[in-house]
Design a protein around this ligand. Structure first.
Ligand code: F3S
Length: 655
């Protein structure tokens, strides 16, 4: 049977036979795992608790890349723990200064046809080279490292036919912003977007990564490009041509849906505050003063991104009222830009070069001013994501960001460069990167690893383990949340909070701290409670702390109109039951502090239909446990850690 690329990779990774019918649970052998420093402590604590002595996947990499500010002892303590635990369990470490995880991973570890699972929602970045890459919660990564197959609801595969050619001044960022404009932040749920056609063939890997990366903003399971001559060129430039295999969709294969984007029709776009899908042409946006411009991040910190931004800056200077920073994504890209003279151009223009790290993208430094406008090339602009909930963040391409930094108002490259904008279309990725893996620590042999002592600083608290669902749950609603609650709303990002992520008792005090400052105290006092959510609850990052901290505060279930995929998995993993309203209108009949009652809770969970009484209002409504069968097992055990231990115990007993 003729197959699209996604089905080919899924079929070659099936751990149990399957017809791969949309919506069915499939089990996949994972080749690679990746984690980053501000979420990973929980992953490795869970892996330690499971009790195996070495990662069971081909390649596991721990990236120390998000929080390099070391504002207090907690972050270096985390990094020392992560380095030592990696040595103990056969995991590679990419040291601070080597670069941002997705960019380093695709450059140094990515192989077409492989399946990777990353503890970060932008893991699909690697889809640019014909890999299938899926973001997940930290506990899922720990599970994959035990060799247990990844469970996934079979996605639909959507063919995106790219035609035409990008105009100079437009780039891959405008392609994905156009996709977001059409599809919205939840329209991609349960889908993989496969980019093909003449427009896709012409895009270099540097361009493709931006599109694959930001598919996460559509809620997509993943995004992928074929492994073709562009991928060969990229891997050759990385000194890894031997890792290349051609991997294309079969001619005339079937897809579950199709769409077309004509690149020639695109113009420079911006995602307006505070959602990545609020996309408008820059020329239509009112020209208000911009206080901050940030160029770079995993999404747009590539060689071509920064080189094109530098060409816009050539002969210009950053506006005196603008603070313009640049976070290049890897050390090798930085060195190549230095070699080609682009770093000089940026410095001459007054751009402030930051560390090779996520930093401002996840609110670690460079907060915008109060009520300010910040223009960024990052992938998210939820309220507060930039570090200041009062600021307004616009998302644009690097060339538009550079033009904006010069003009002091939202501007396109063409407005600054006139006809010379055509030079931007001539920038190509390097033939050969200055590859240097000295910042990657390789795993030790099993014998050497067995002698390693894991170093735990005083802030690294054990992973809290939830209880199994109560037989009879009667408790109040501790929070009634609206639509599109993000994981940033539940557990804010910033240097201060990021360094608390290894200590759940401490971090739980700040749960929902910006959204509802009294939530943590209220939920704690209730002992046990339920959260009511609207549409797309838990959208955004893969941060599992957004599930662990409510669990620690006694939240037993979330009942919502819709729950984002990764967050739902995190709730399951950490013993919070995710339920969906059967009739979304029932949401309107519930108030915060109402008392809810669920009788025979485990039995009802077994049927996946749960009837809830609203004791306060004297009403009854139905909910659904919309999870796969194996997730249901984890729910009934009280989370993934208990489930895995139970499984391993059973296996040992059988042996
Ligand atoms: Fe880092 Fe932002 Fe990407 S936090 S991994 S640069 S989305």
């Amino acid at each position: 049977m003729k197959q699209n690329l996604t089905r080919k990779i899924l079929a070659s990774h099936l751990a149990k036979p399957s017809d791969m019918v949309f919506g069915e649970e499939i089990f996949l052998k994972v080749d690679q795992t990746l984690t980053h420093d501000i979420n990973a402590v929980m992953t490795y604590l869970a892996f330690e608790a499971i009790g195996l002595d070495r990662t069971q996947v081909e390649t596991s990499v721990s990236y120390l890349d998000h929080n390099l500010l070391y504002l207090d002892y907690k972050t270096p303590d985390d990094h020392i723990y992560l380095q030592s635990v990696a040595k103990k369990y056969g995991v590679y470490v990419s040291r601070p200064g080597n670069g941002i995880m997705h960019a380093v991973h695709v450059a140094r570890f990515g192989v077409p046809g492989k399946l990777s699972m990353g503890g970060d929602s932008h893991t699909p970045h690697g889809g640019a080279i014909g890999m299938l890459c899926i973001g997940a919660g930290g506990m899922d990564i720990a599970t994959a490292m035990t060799g247990v197959p990844m469970r996934l609801k079979m996605p639909q595969v959507i063919r995106v036919n790219l035609t035409g050619t990008l105009r100079p001044g437009c780039s891959a960022k405008d392609v994905i912003l156009e996709m977001l404009r059409r599809i919205s932040v939840k329209g991609g749920l349960g889908k993989v977007y496969e980019y093909v056609g003449p427009g896709a063939e012409a895009l270099e890997v540097d361009d493709r990564v931006t599109i694959a990366n930001m598919g996460a903003e559509m809620g997509a399971t993943s995004s992928i490009f074929p492994a073709d001559k562009q991928v060969r060129k990229y891997l050759k430039a990385q000194g890894r041509e031997e890792d290349y295999i051609e991997l294309l969709p079969d001619e005339n294969c079937e897809y579950d849906g199709e769409m077309e984007v004509n690149l020639s029709e695109l113009e420079p776009l911006a995602a307006c505050p505070h959602q990545p899908d609020r996309v408008t042409a820059i020329r239509e946006i009112e020209k208000k003063p911009v206080q901050q411009v940030m160029i770079g991040s995993c999404t747009n910190g590539n060689y071509k991104d920064i080189a094109r931004a530098a060409l816009v800056f050539k002969g210009h200077h950053v506006h005196e009222d603008v603070s313009c920073t640049c976070a290049i994504s890897t050390k090798q890209i930085y060195k190549q830009l230095l070699h080609d003279g682009y770093i000089d151009v940026l410095l001459d223009a007054g751009v402030r070069l930051l560390e090779l790290a996520c930093g401002p993208c996840t609110s670690i430094g460079q907060s915008p001013a109060t009520e300010a406008i910040s223009v960024r090339t990052t992938n998210r602009n939820f309220r507060g994501r930039g570090g200041n909930p009062n600021a307004s963040v616009y998302l644009v391409s690097p060339e538009s960001a550079a033009a904006t930094a010069i003009a002091g108002v939202l501007t396109t490259a063409e407005e600054i460069m006139g006809q010379e904008v055509s030079v931007l279309g001539t920038v190509e990725a390097p033939e050969r990167y200055p590859v240097d893996d000295s910042m990657i620590i390789r795993p030790l042999s099993p014998e050497e690893a067995s002698k390693v002592e894991v170093v735990r600083g005083p802030d690294i608290a054990p992973l809290p383990v939830p209880d199994a669902p109560m037989k009879h749950l009667k408790c109040r609603v501790s929070l009634k949340a609206g639509d599109n609650v993000t994981t940033d709303d539940i557990t804010p990002a910033s240097a201060e909070f990021s360094s608390m992520r290894s200590n759940i008792p401490l971090m739980s005090r700040y749960c929902y701290y910006r959204y509802d400052p009294d939530f943590a105290v209220r939920a704690r006092a209730m002992g046990k409670s339920i959260i009511i959510g609207g549409e797309n609850y838990g959208q955004g990052s893969s941060r599992e702390h957004a599930a662990i901290t409510p669990m620690y505060l006694g939240v037993k279930a979330v009942i919502a109109k819709g729950i984002a995929r990764i967050h739902k998995g995190n709730l399951v993993n950490h013993g919070v039951v995710p339920l969906l309203f059967e009739n979304p209108a029932d949401y309107d009949e519930i108030d915060q502090m109402d008392e809810l009652e669920i009788e025979h809770f485990p039995e009802q969970l077994r049927s996946k239909e749960v009837v809830v009484k609203n004791v306060t209002k004297g009403t009854v409504f139905k909910t659904v446990l919309d999870v796969t069968d194996s997730e249901q097992e984890a729910v009934l055990c009280g989370g993934q850690l208990r489930y895995l231990k139970h499984q391993l115990k059973q296996e040992t007993a059988i042996q």
